[in-house]
Design a protein around this ligand. Structure first.
Ligand SMILES: [Zn+2]
Length: 287
C-alpha cells in the first residue's frame, strides 16, 4: 500500500517538505559528509542506481514477473525525474537520501549544542544495537516494516527501563561473509549518560548475541559530532553497489515504501520544520 495516505505521513509532510524544498541540502556545504558523498559523486551513484533498476526490470520481465518489472521501472522513472526544485523525496533516491541525512545531521548537531549545559558531566554516547531476529534474506525484504521495527525498539528500551532522551536511525547492513547472506536491520542511536558501562550492561539484557555478531550491543563514548553522518546513513550505498548489486533493487523498493523521516527514532523528542531546516526539541512533560 502506498503510505502517502497514512496519518503518520501527513504528520511528517511539513518536515519532509522543509528538506526536499531546500536545495541547500542537495548541494555541498556544512554539515559535511565523507569525501565520497559530495553532490557530484552522489549524482554519479544516482545514475548507477537507475541503471541497476532498469536491468532488474529487464530481468524480472524476462522471467515473466511483469508486476515486479513494472515496479522497478516506476522507481527508476521516479529517480530519473528527481531534479532541482522537483525532488522525488524517496529514500531509494541517493540524492534525496543524502539531503535527508544532511538535514538530520544539521538538526542533531544544533540539538546537541543546545543541550550542553543540561548534560554537563554526562557522556554523549553512540549506541549500536543489533536485534537477533531482524535479518532478511533476499526475497524477504518486502516483509520489512520499519515503523513496527522502530516501535519494537522503543518497547524493548521501555522494558529495560531506559527512558532517556535518545535519537538515531535504523541501518541496513548487508552480510555475505562467513556463510551469511542477508540484510541485518540494526540501529545507531545517540544518548547521554553518566555511566556508559552501566548503560551497556542494561542494554545487553534486551539484545542477545545476534547470528554472527560478537557484540550485539556497543556503547561508544564520543567527544565530537563526527559520528552523526555515520549514524544517519541508513545504508552504505557505495558498499552495496560493490558487494550487493543483485540485492540492491529489492532493498530500494523497500526503502521507497516509507517516508524518509520514518527512518528516525526519537525518544522524548519531536521533530518540526523550522523555516527550511528541521528542528529537534524536547517534549515537555505535562505537570
Ligand atoms: Zn530524489
Amino acid at each position: 500500500m502506498f503510505r502517502g495516505h497514512s496519518q503518520r505521513f501527513r504528520a511528517h509532510v511539513k518536515t519532509h517538505e522543509a528538506i526536499i524544498d531546500n536545495e541547500y541540502w542537495y548541494e555541498d556545504g556544512p554539515p559535511f559528509l565523507a569525501a565520497q558523498f559530495t553532490a557530484k559523486k552522489t549524482a554519479e551513484r544516482q545514475a548507477d542506481v537507475i541503471d541497476i533498476l532498469l536491468r532488474a526490470a529487464n530481468r524480472a520481465d524476462s522471467t515473466g514477473d511483469r508486476e515486479l518489472a513494472k515496479r522497478y521501472g516506476l522507481l527508476s522513472d521516479k529517480l530519473e525525474g528527481c531534479r532541482r526544485h522537483r525532488r522525488c523525496g524517496s529514500m531509494a533516491c541517493p540524492k534525496c537520501a543524502r539531503a535527508t541525512q544532511r538535514a538530520k545531521v544539521d538538526a542533531e548537531q544544533r540539538f546537541i549544542d543546545s543541550q550542553e549545559l543540561r548534560n554537563s558531566g554526562k557522556y554523549l554516547v553512540l549506541l549500536s544495537l543489533i536485534p537477533e531476529a531482524m535479518t532478511y534474506e533476499p526475497g524477504e525484504l518486502h516483509s520489512i516494516d520499519i515503523i513496527n521495527a522502530n516501535r519494537w525498539l522503543k518497547d524493548t528500551l521501555d522494558g529495560l527501563s531506559i527512558k532517556r532522551t535518545t535519537f538515531g536511525c535504523p541501518d541496513f547492513g548487508w552480510e555475505n561473509r562467513r556463510g551469511g547472506n542477508y540484510f541485518q536491520l540494526h540501529w545507531h542511536l545517540a544518548a547521554w549518560t553518566r555511566h556508559p558501562a552501566r548503560l551497556k550492561a542494561q542494554l545487553k539484557r534486551g539484545f542477545c548475541r545476534a547470528r554472527k555478531y560478537e557484540r550485539p550491543v556497543d556503547v561508544e563514548v564520543t567527544y565530537d559530532h563526527d559520528f552523526l553522518p555515520y549514524m544517519n546513513k541508513v545504508v552504505k550505498l557505495p558498499d552495496l553497489l560493490r558487494r550487493a548489486c543483485r540485492q540492491l533493487p529489492e532493498l530500494l523498493l523497500t526503502l521507497d515504501r516509507f517516508d524518509p523521516l520514518d527512518f528516525m527514532v526519537l525518544r522524548g523528542l519531536r521533530l518540526s520544520a523550522q523555516g527550511r531546516r528541521i528542528k529537534l526539541s524536547r517534549i515537555r512533560k505535562a505537570k
